[in-house]
Design a protein around this ligand. Structure first.
Ligand code: PLP
Length: 386
């Protein structure tokens, strides 16, 4: 089984290393001489539990996850991830305080906007503490300009990297903004494992698997263990807090080592192979250096033609290293760029349908060589058309 190495910049699902796909393809047919493929074994069997444990161990090594935190997986993706958060965190707040907690959301792009709207739709008390929609998500204001966190707030939700809009936080709120006891909850769907993060500062990290880690089908959660305590159903009902659907109840999932219901074990196996490969290749320090180089050479090429390649994210400090978003002076030129790039084997560059333009997503499996080819094309196209 072989293929030509793709130069693919799609935003997700993303490409995976060919060697991982080849190994997984073999395992899909025959795994560990069990007479079965990896997707066919019971999700509660020993080999399946081993896959889950190995993936957790790989993630713990890569991200230096402290003992205060637990890693688990659930069926779903980013959307099921952010929908499940208010139920679980507010149930934890009720256990801690006997009160109904509020939820603070930073709206810095399309995904955090969706997450905030969903929490509100589900009936939770939501405070939007910053909203940059009016400036088209072109910057992330400093925390000193955000609304103060209201009393009785359980958590602050941020989307660390906004995949559609191309902005990314370059720090996290410290005690000068976040009152003690308010948990930081972050969606890292599109930048997990692209750089080091201090896991101890987060109450919860959530990420869909299908960009930097693997295939669609699973969401990764890294949660502070103290957040796994939840008020009883009776107490929640008395407070008027909605109950967590059982398959999404974090303590239940953790108690069952991520296999309370049928986990897509083939997807988990891919996560194990990808994280294992990242460790073999030098871990996060190495990945971070490559990802920073990829982003810096592409932004530098775009900056050579400033009136021609228009970057919607105005503040360079918050430009995403994963999803480089830009557009050309006309929609016709955008189309021509995508078409000519594709003729050179550079694919997946069309921007999200909601914003148009161009988007080059450069997740971990996109090689420096692919980005160098894109840089060359950006410069050639600029010279011809700018
Ligand atoms: N959050 C972020 C940052 C995303 O980029 C996406 C999808 O691109 C989602 C959430 C939603 O993910 P899913 O399609 O898995 O629900």
């Amino acid at each position: 089984l072989d293929r030509e190495e793709p130069h693919y910049f799609g935003a997700g699902p993303a490409i995976l290393p060919t060697s991982v796909l080849q190994e997984a393809a073999y395992d899909l047919v025959s795994y560990l001489n069990e007479g079965l493929g990896v997707g066919e074994i019971s999700h509660r069997s020993k080999p399946a539990m081993q896959i889950i444990d190995d993936t957790k161990a790989n993630l713990a090594k890569l991200l230096d996850i402290p003992d205060t935190h637990e890693t688990f997986f659930m069926q779903g993706g980013g959307t099921t991830g952010f929908s499940s958060i208010p139920y679980n965190l507010i149930a934890n707040y009720a256990k801690k305080t006997g009160k109904v907690g509020r939820a603070a959301y930073a709206v810095t792009g399309s995904w955090s906007k969706k997450a905030a709207e969903e929490a509100e739709r589900l009936g939770f008390d939501v405070d939007v503490v910053v909203n940059t929609k009016d400036i088209k998500f072109s910057d992330i204001p400093p925390y000193s300009e955000w609304k103060p966190i209201a009393e009785n707030t359980s958590y602050l939700f941020v989307c660390d990297n906004e995949t559609v809009d191309g902005n990314e936080f370059n720090d996290i709120p410290g005690p000068e903004y976040l009152p003690e006891g308010v948990e930081l909850v972050a969606d890292l769907s599109s930048n997990i494992l692209s750089r080091k993060v201090d896991v101890s500062k987060y109450g919860l990290i959530m990420a869909g698997a299908q960009k930097n880690i693997g295939l669609a089908g699973l969401t990764i959660y890294i949660i502070k263990k103290s957040l796994l305590e939840q008020a009883s159903d009776a107490d929640l009902k008395a407070l008027g807090v909605p109950l967590v659907p059982i398959a999404y109840q974090y303590p239940i999932v953790v108690k069952n080592n991520s296999a309370y219901n049928t986990i897509p074990i083939f997807t988990a196996h891919i996560l194990k192979l990808v994280t294992g490969k990242l460790l073999e290749e030098g871990g996060l320090a190495k990945i971070q250096a490559t990802d920073e180089k990829k982003a810096s050479i592409l932004y530098a090429a775009l900056a050579k033609f400033p009136e021609f390649y228009i970057l919607p994210v105005k503040n360079p400090r918050v430009r995403s290293k994963m999803n480089v978003v830009f557009r050309l002076p006309s929609a016709e030129l955008d189309d021509q760029f995508v078409k000519e790039a594709s003729a050179k084997g550079l694919n997946g560059l069309k921007g999200h349908r909601s914003v148009g333009g161009i988007r080059a997503s450069m997740y971990n499996a996109v090689t420096l060589e692919s980005v160098e080819l894109l840089v060359k094309f950006v410069e050639e196209f600029g010279k011809t058309h700018a």
